[in-house]
Design a protein around this ligand. Structure first.
Ligand code: GLC
Length: 425
């Protein structure tokens, strides 16, 4: 046998051996990924890169768009001890509610969590256990049409009152010019977790507290909170369509991105899609911090998503490896550039490519680092009920069923029941 063919058969054998060994090691893991905006596409890209790298395969399971529906869906499967899915995409408000179903990722992370925002890592750590790795963070922002502000000779508003006045001017003008559907402002007004986020921003921007304070005291009955919700209710039917009472993130984005609204409250993901090829308003979008109430401040609710490995998973090591890949600096950078998902790694806020794709990640850095947290750490396992009662009370005011004073008084009484008598003392 000639040397060349010896070498060829040797390398063939080696290749076959490697392939077989790989096959023996290869595992299939299943991951739950969101369905808002580009969630599925971007999840798939990251997953495919890891499949290539490891030879493992991944099944992507799509979850509902509303985080409220996702929680109910997860709770059902987890309470039944289902091991069908290995990796869960987890909202920042859930570690206290379902953290107990997830393994400690510390043995797998080798300290990589130290590269992420410490506050998010602390949020995800329950009883010393790192229940999930931070994947992307969120804060509510005000998106506006730069071209329309110019057309009507307006500047980006800094207070809610200015925003409402500008929205009305633009809405009146555009309707007069023949666009009967045009809206001044769209946001998340449906009775779900998204409304809790929007309404917490109204409260905080007026100096009206955070629903429940860090000491566990219910703070909803106060004049500033009531004024904030009353102001929001005044938008309905004037600068926002009645339909906003049933809008989630994607409904608001749909209206704004088709060129039918002047202002929109949404999360950062809307930037990349709004400037994408399917958008009617690419290149025409401005972003700034949400407006302030009288004597209040600019603020945004802290949102964001983590990845955790189920304790019922039969592929924990492989699943943890995928979680570490998806939350790595390179992958968070790719997602920030392609999908405007805010990184959870502070170093990426100084990355020139990230800032070029998303200038607001630099200019609004304090909105992200000072975002206001929902009271999920204080209320722990009760958070879902607290939030549910809050969004229902706010929804009643927005839809004209109640006024803010009455709604906040009965919310206070209701929240006391959630934690039992004596809480709030
Ligand atoms: C976004 C946020 C999340 C929040 C949800 C509300 O997905 O990241 O934290 O709970 O919106 O709709």
């Amino acid at each position: 046998m000639k040397l060349k063919s010896v070498l060829t058969s040797l390398s063939l054998a080696t290749a076959m051996g490697l392939a077989l060994a790989g096959m023996a090691r290869a595992e299939q893991v299943a991951i739950m990924c969101g369905s808002v905006g580009a969630d599925q596409d971007q999840c798939k890209k990251g997953v495919q890169a890891w499949e290539k790298l490891t030879g493992n395969t991944v099944k992507i399971v799509s979850i509902p768009a509303s985080t409220t529906d996702v929680l109910a869906f997860y709770q059902q499967g987890l309470a039944a001890g289902s091991g069908d899915v290995d990796i869960y995409q987890l909202d920042v408000i859930w570690p206290g509610i379902i953290g107990k179903y997830f393994i400690d990722l510390k043995p797998f992370s080798k300290g990589a969590e130290k590269d992420h925002f410490p506050a998010i890592v602390a949020n995800n750590t329950v009883g010393g256990k790192l229940t999930a790795m931070p994947w992307f963070t969120d804060a509510g922002l005000l998106f506006y049409r730069k071209d329309l502000l110019d057309k009507y000779k307006l500047k980006a508003p800094t207070t809610w009152a200015e925003m409402a006045a500008d929205a009305k001017t633009i809405q009146d003008g555009e309707r007069k010019a023949g666009d009967a559907k045009f809206q001044g402002f769209v946001f998340q007004g449906k009775a779900y977790e998204g409304l809790t986020c929007d309404a917490l921003e109204w409260l905080d921007s007026f100096g009206g507290g955070h629903i429940v304070n860090k000491a566990g005291k219910i703070t909803v009955e106060n004049a500033k909170a009531e004024a904030a919700i009353t102001e929001a209710a005044s938008w309905i039917g004037k600068i926002a369509p009645e339909g906003v009472l049933n809008y989630g993130e994607e409904d608001a984005r749909g209206v704004f991105q088709s060129g039918e609204a002047a202002f929109m409250r949404n999360w950062p993901y809307a930037w990349s899609l709004g400037n994408g090829k399917d958008s009617k308003i690419a290149g025409k979008i401005g972003v700034e911090a949400l407006p302030m109430g009288p004597g209040g401040k600019h603020t945004g609710t802290l949102g964001g998503w983590q990845l955790g490995v189920s304790k019922f998973s039969k592929h924990q090591a492989a699943a943890a490896s995928l979680v570490m890949y998806l939350t790595s600096q390179a992958e968070e950078k790719r997602r920030a550039i392609e999908g405007s998902y805010n990184p959870t790694i502070p170093a990426l806020y100084k990355d020139a490519d990230v800032l070029k794709a998303n200038p607001f990640m630099g200019t609004l850095i304090s909105t992200f680092t000072n975002a206001v947290a929902r009271p999920s750490l204080t209320t722990g396992a009760k958070y879902a009920e607290v939030s549910n009662d809050f969004w229902n009370a706010v929804h009643d005011v927005l839809s004209g069923k109640s006024n803010a004073k009455t709604a906040m008084a009965s919310l206070h009484a209701q929240l006391k029941k959630v934690r039992g008598p004596g809480w709030d003392k």
